[in-house]
Design a protein around this ligand. Structure first.
Ligand code: AQP
Length: 332
């Protein structure tokens, strides 16, 4: 609890152009918590450097990610919006928690295995200990609820284990957080390979629809989405992963159920369905894109939001960090 409210924390890496996976699985859900919870939404730039970034692009994307948070409805007066590297407590707690996390636990993380395979020339220690930094992000704010996509479930479980272990070794210190996964958009798959996650770092731009893609690009990407040789729009994730993924996306943008979608496209081909998906997506993203353009035109305002956010986050984070330091026996 902070200020008498339960706490929500989540973050997005500025590691590429944000996709509709990031939007539907995470950011779109964030504003629903703003009234009832004390919300911290972070641009996790420390995480982003676990994979090589071009410095100028990382800097630009950090502003863009913050602007996208706001364009997606996060009011900086009601939510603490900040950049991870502006609050040194994240890195400090991460080091301490490293000493309470087992090598074996980190070795089992599937994201580490996937990213090591993708970046075989740069399997750095940061990539390995990424989940510990994520645990520090969450635990610093005594977070109750973490809205994330299903790909983060394993990391969240580890954060819970680390919190429990620390609490057990000393005395209750951290709130053990729960995940919140939007049941309608836990995992958005790639449009080119529907058995893989849509990922902003995917080198194939047709695999992803980016939040900032222009309307014609969105329509084109949906048109070329991989489906199957059948013609029936039916939800069957194992048998028809491409069509089922498009149905998940269409449902998330329109609120229609799978049954309604199946009825809507009965007797029609995939062409009509893909066009409807593209239009629903482009229509939903249009207001986000125009708000984003306005925000990006005012860098001073974005910097003011970052600064105020970092101050508010640091204040909350320091409380937990000094508690932790005392418990482990540091002279403070
Ligand atoms: N495809 C997805 N479907 C549903 N949710 C998703 N998220 C990411 N992809 C999907 C959710 O978006 C939030 C922010 O993710 P992140 O930036 O911290 O890193 P990530 O999960 O590794 O996302 P990406 O897009 O795949 O980034 P890269 O390519 O840099 O690794 C998280 O809540 C995540 O669950």
């Amino acid at each position: 609890m902070l200020d008498g409210k339960k706490v929500v924390f989540s973050g997005v890496q500025p590691s590429g152009n944000l996709t509709i996976g990031n939007y539907l699985g995470a950011i779109k859900n964030f504003s629903a918590f703003s009234e009832e919870y004390r919300c911290f939404y972070c641009v996790v730039d420390l995480h982003a450097i676990t994979v090589r970034q071009v410095p100028a692009e990382l800097r630009r994307r950090t502003y863009e990610t913050l602007a996208l948070y706001m364009a997606c409805g996060l009011d900086p007066e009601k939510n603490t919006l900040f950049v991870q590297s502006h609050v040194p407590a994240h890195a400090e707690l991460s080091w301490i928690l490293n000493c309470y996390t087992m090598f074996g636990e980190l070795s089992r993380m599937t994201q580490f295995k996937d990213k090591s395979a993708k970046h075989a020339d740069n399997i750095n220690a940061g990539l390995f200990t990424y989940p510990v930094l994520m645990a520090a992000d969450i635990l610093l704010y005594q977070t109750d609820l973490v809205p994330v996509g299903v790909d983060q479930r394993q990391h969240l479980e580890l954060a819970r284990d680390i919190a429990g272990r620390f609490n057990q070794a000393y005395s209750p210190t951290f709130v053990v957080p729960e995940g919140y996964m939007n049941p309608t958009a836990m995992k958005i798959a790639s449009l080119s390979n529907p058995t893989a996650k849509m990922s902003k770092s995917d080198p194939n731009p047709n695999a992803c629809v980016y939040i900032l893609d222009p309307r014609d690009a969105i329509l084109k990407k949906f048109k070329s989405a991989v489906t199957d040789s059948d013609t029936v729009v039916r939800y069957a994730p194992e048998e028809k992963p491409g069509v089922s993924n498009l149905m998940t996306i269409y449902r998330a943008f329109t609120g229609k159920s799978h049954e309604q979608i199946e009825r809507e496209f009965e007797g029609k081909g995939y062409g009509d369905f893909k066009l409807a998906c593209g239009e629903a997506c482009a229509d939903a993203l249009a207001p986000v894109q125009s708000e984003f353009a306005k925000l990006m035109a005012d860098k001073a305002y974005l910097e003011d939001v970052m600064k105020k956010g970092a101050e508010a986050a640091s204040y909350a984070a320091r409380k937990t960090l000094s508690k932790v330091k005392k418990k482990v026996g540091f002279v403070i």
